[in-house]
Write a protein that binds this ligand. Structure first.
Ligand SMILES: NC(=O)c1ccc[n+]([C@@H]2O[C@H](COP(=O)([O-])OP(=O)(O)OC[C@H]3O[C@@H](n4cnc5c(N)ncnc54)[C@H](O)[C@@H]3O)[C@@H](O)[C@H]2O)c1
Ligand SMILES: [Zn+2]
Length: 357
């Protein structure tokens, strides 16, 4: 098993990555009290696949863990489900020394992580991410929260887990669409931070697409290392952490304008990365050859590279609504080559439209 250390002072923790490593969980649980009742939160699909196995592993090691299973999907990452979770925590007798285990994708991790952060002002929190997106992105960095009717992730907390255990064998049952949505974030790490990793993704495309565990372990590990490095320098997103938003300003506009139905998050981000690569080429921070490699890699992983027939004006209006834009000028992350990037302020609407045509 590989370990990635997330260095956050007193809040530091490890991410363990391996193949068929769920059984290693008990020996890693040094801070979890066997005397208190803990809660394993999962969604219906993931629980049906792995829930009993994880409960059995924890029970055999003497931990008192009960399951709370939510329906699943973005639609249940809300205050109603959170309220139900608190109710479960109280009726099953969780106390200040209890722990919440999450077994699922980003929805379960964000929701149950926030429940752990807020219940009795914060109890134990262990993440077992099961989607690729959760293993490489959402389980790392401590952002937890829920959506409100008025917007996504509007209520939440920075709350770091005690540990993360990412078993890449669990990814075998992940639907192709969900796997690809995670791959878009994987490609993002190569573009913003690590050219060698980008090369690895180019060279080993077939093995990664076939979900070869050896390659998945390296891939998940490298993504976690990069995110851990960024987050340990900027936990609360005052600077560097913004680089993780590459492709997201465009991507959020594509998602919103299609009612969150046409594209998965990763697909929208993939198209967004194509747009920023082309923009970087126009502004001269990236060569045409480098931008071409980004577009090719996205396409070769079966991700979309075009947003269809959305009107450019609508896209620009949406992007202007983004938190990061000021006075008609839009701030976004631009690649400055393969493996490096920077936040660029003052991108004009004309420049944006020039890559949308
Ligand atoms: N906290 C953060 O830093 C952060 C970062 C990025 C995204 N997010 C959040 O993450 C969420 C998206 O995460 P997601 O893409 O994992 O979505 P998700 O949790 O809805 O999982 C996607 C689907 O895959 C299924 N699934 C998960 N693991 C599986 C497995 N091993 N086998 C079969 N099916 C499996 C789930 O049941 C679900 O249907 C969003 O709410 C987003 O806001 C958070
Ligand atoms: Zn994303």
């Amino acid at each position: 098993m590989k370990a990635v250390h997330v260095d956050l002072g007193e809040k530091s923790y490890n991410i363990y990555i391996g193949e068929k490593c769920l059984a290693d969980l008990p020996r890693l649980l040094t801070g979890v009290s066997p005397d208190s009742v803990s809660l394993l939160v999962s969604d219906e699909l993931v629980f049906s696949l792995y829930g009993e196995e994880v409960l059995e592993i924890l029970h055999s090691a003497g931990f008192k863990v009960e399951a709370a299973v939510i329906k699943g999907g973005e639609g249940c990452k809300n205050l109603t489900t959170l309220d139900w979770l608190y109710e479960q925590m109280i009726t099953r007798g969780l106390d200040r020394s209890s722990t919440v285990f999450t077994l699922g994708g980003g929805v379960v991790g964000d929701l149950a992580g926030f429940a752990a952060a807020s219940f009795m002002r914060g109890i134990g929190f262990i993440q077992i991410p099961t989607s690729l997106l959760a293993q490489v992105d959402s389980s790392v960095g401590g952002k937890t929260g829920v959506n409100l009717p008025l917007g996504k992730n509007l209520v939440g907390a920075f709350y770091q887990p005690g540990l993360v255990l990412a078993d890449v064998s669990l990814l075998n049952t992940l639907a192709e669409k969900e796997y690809k949505t995670g791959l878009a974030e994987v490609i993002k790490y190569g573009v913003i931070w690590d050219g060698t990793f980008f090369d690895f993704l180019e060279t080993n495309r077939e093995r990664i697409k076939a979900r070869d565990p050896k390659y998945l372990i390296h891939m998940v590990q490298r993504c976690c290392e990069i995110k851990a490095e960024i987050v340990s320098q900027d936990e609360k997103e005052s600077g560097l952490r913004a680089l993780l938003n590459l492709g997201h300003t465009f991507g959020h506009a594509f998602e919103a304008l299609t009612g969150y139905k046409q594209f998965t998050h990763g697909e929208a981000v993939a198209i967004g990365m194509v747009c920023v690569a082309r923009l970087a080429e126009k502004l001269g921070t990236m060569t045409a050859a480098e931008a071409g490699r980004v577009v090719d890699l996205i396409q070769n992983y079966g991700l979309p590279v075009h947003y269809g027939n959305l009107p450019a004006d609508d896209i620009v209006v949406r992007m202007r609504m983004d938190k990061k834009s000021t006075a008609g000028k839009i701030k976004m992350v631009l690649p400055t080559g393969i493996g490096s990037s920077e936040v660029t302020a003052g991108i004009t609407e004309e420049q944006i439209k020039s890559v949308l045509s």
